[in-house]
Design a protein around this ligand. Structure first.
Ligand code: XMP
Length: 523
């Protein structure tokens, strides 16, 4: 699997994140990149020799699900702390640092979970420059550091955590029990920036344009004169991947757009208008109308993961058929981005759902290789890449639409009738949100069709129809989200239009749940 992740050519400055299995690991990398320093996440099993060869300016040890005392817990060599390279340990990473350097790690008498007020004891610490004396941090731990190792001083604490942060400034070793990378840590960005700039001495010269340049070059080298096929959905991710690839290999790329009959209203025609022969990109563009094929496969299927796998697999089969028509296609390009990867349970994190681009892939794929140039990036970073590539704003700012499409916005069995209902309801909702001018503040908003039918009254008659659920969330990274407080009049207008204009619907509900505990999509 190609991730085009090559720190050697990436930048002059490089921060290495060692992955001990925490959910937020790529967020750390992304925060560092936000500070204009190139950063990548690598497995904690890298050898010392490999690490030395990478010559990072600093190393960050991530959180992880285990206790340092479990025999099979991920670990690293204590020599890592003697390389002279600055190290920041976060959560599990901080406990590991303490444990390997002969401090004391214990099960905390009270676990801390959530936003916690932390007292900064060493405000002159390089890590805490510009940080308030009391600051809200995100804690999530059952073990804690009971005693810092020799040579370390305690730099922060909470009422239940005696060592919320510690450091040995001479050895350039720093540790926080809390997670500076998550937005709930109010001054976390400042702390990471401080580590990268004050402790590691980085200047911050990296920019997203470098990523584009490097990726285009790496793709060109890898694919050479070969042919590639891109799964283009018209969404932000695949559009950015397609334009990136077309920049690298021009007409050796063919973009296949599969209309699986699970797209939003009129979307197929819109995508064809942008990327087809009449559009501005001059791509080799093939539209495949495969609705019947997908509906047939989904007949009687209600289980969400099963639906995802079926849609994912059918996609690949359609691509393979197209590839065979073109002949000698070695590479399949996908617009997979990092949240797709992490939530599909790759690496050490738990599976939330099989994202179509990743976990939904069948075991056997008839291409030499899958190329996923955006695999390490978050949504807003992908948008930035899109802007770098000169994609128009309306495309770059499009709200995300999942690969399995309306298939996962229809609870239960997917039928052509249900697709029609949800398409119409969603189009009305989007129109009303756009008219009200609230769209730019929303991360994602859409209508879903619940599997619930209930009694209503219309005219003088009884109805027994479906309920549509409206969802709108605020999020920037799509890993967590809050339900948006949409103006009531927008919801009212949308509701009355949906029940009046969409046959088969007599009730409209608004989803007030955040993520967690819900996910953004319904399945
Ligand atoms: P969830 O529902 O997991 O969604 O909170 C997070 C973000 O990912 C999108 N999503 C997908 N995107 N293939 C995709 O390309 C998928 O299978 C998939 N499932 C969810 C979702 O729309 C949201 O933006």
């Amino acid at each position: 699997m190609s991730t085009i992740a090559n720190h050697e050519k990436a930048a002059d400055e490089f921060i290495l994140v060692l992955d001990f299995g925490g959910q937020y690991n790529q967020l750390i990398a992304r925060r560092v990149r936000e500070a204009h320093v190139y950063c990548e996440v690598h497995p904690s099993t890298l050898s010392l020799a490999q690490i030395k060869e990478m010559a990072p300016q600093g190393i960050i040890l991530t959180g992880g699900p285990n206790s340092v005392y479990k025999p099979d817990s991920a670990t690293c060599s204590p020599e890592l702390f003697r390389l002279g390279i600055p190290v920041l340990g976060i959560c599990y990473g901080s406990q590991l640092m303490a444990h390997l350097l002969d401090g004391r790690v214990e099960t905390a008498p009270t676990s801390e979970y959530g936003k916690t007020e932390v007292s900064i004891d060493a405000r002159d610490s390089l890590l805490f420059q510009g940080v308030d004396a009391r600051t809200i941090c995100w804690m999530s731990h059952t073990d804690y550091i009971a005693a810092a190792p020799a040579g370390f001083s305690v730099t922060a604490h909470t009422p239940v955590c005696p060592v919320a942060a510690m450091e040995n400034a001479d050895a350039k070793l720093y540790a926080t029990q809390f997670h500076p990378e998550v937005l709930h840590t109010a001054q976390g960005k400042t702390m990471l920036r401080n580590f990268v700039y004050n402790v590691c001495g980085c200047k911050g010269t990296w920019k997203m344009g470098d990523f584009v340049e490097r990726t285009v070059k790496a793709l060109r080298e890898k694919i050479g004169t070969g042919k590639a096929l891109c799964a283009l959905s018209g969404g932000v991710d695949s559009s950015v991947a397609a334009v990136l690839l077309s920049k690298a290999i021009g007409k050796q790329l063919t973009c296949v757009f599969v209309d699986h009959g699970l797209l939003r209203k009129d979307e197929g025609d819109q995508v064809a208008a942008v990327f087809g022969p009449e559009g501005p990109y001059a791509l080799n563009f093939v539209r495949v109308n495969a609705q019947d094929r997908f509906y047939e496969k989904l007949k009687g299927v209600t289980e969400p993961e099963r639906k995802r796998k079926i849609i994912g697999e059918e996609f690949i089969r359609v691509f393979e058929a197209e590839a065979q028509k073109i002949g000698a296609v070695d590479y399949l390009v996908q617009g997979t981005i990092y949240p797709d990867v992490i939530e599909s349970g790759l690496g050490n994190a738990a599976t939330i759902k099989s994202h179509h681009n990743v976990g939904g892939l069948p075991d056997y794929v008839d291409f030499k290789e899958i190329v996923e140039p955006l695999r390490l990036l978050f949504k807003d970073e992908v948008r930035e890449v899109g802007r770098e590539l000169g994609l128009p704003d309306y495309l770059v700012n499009r709200q995300p639409f999942p690969g399995p499409g309306l298939g996962i916005r229809i609870i239960g069995e997917v039928t052509a009738e249900k697709v029609h209902i949800v398409q119409e309801a969603d189009a009305i909702y989007r129109e009303e949100v756009a008219k009200a001018g609230v769209a730019p503040q929303l991360g994602q908003y859409f209508a879903a069709l619940t599997n619930m039918r209930s009694v209503g009254v219309m005219g003088d008659g009884r109805t027994y129809d479906y309920a549509i659920a409206l969802r709108a969330v605020l999020t920037s990274d799509f890993m967590t989200a809050e339900s948006a407080q949409l103006p009531w009049d927008v919801l009212q207008r949308t509701t009355s239009r949906i029940v009046n204009e969409v046959k088969g619907v007599n009730r409209v509900l608004y989803d007030c749940t955040g993520k967690p505990p819900a996910t953004i999509e319904f399945e």
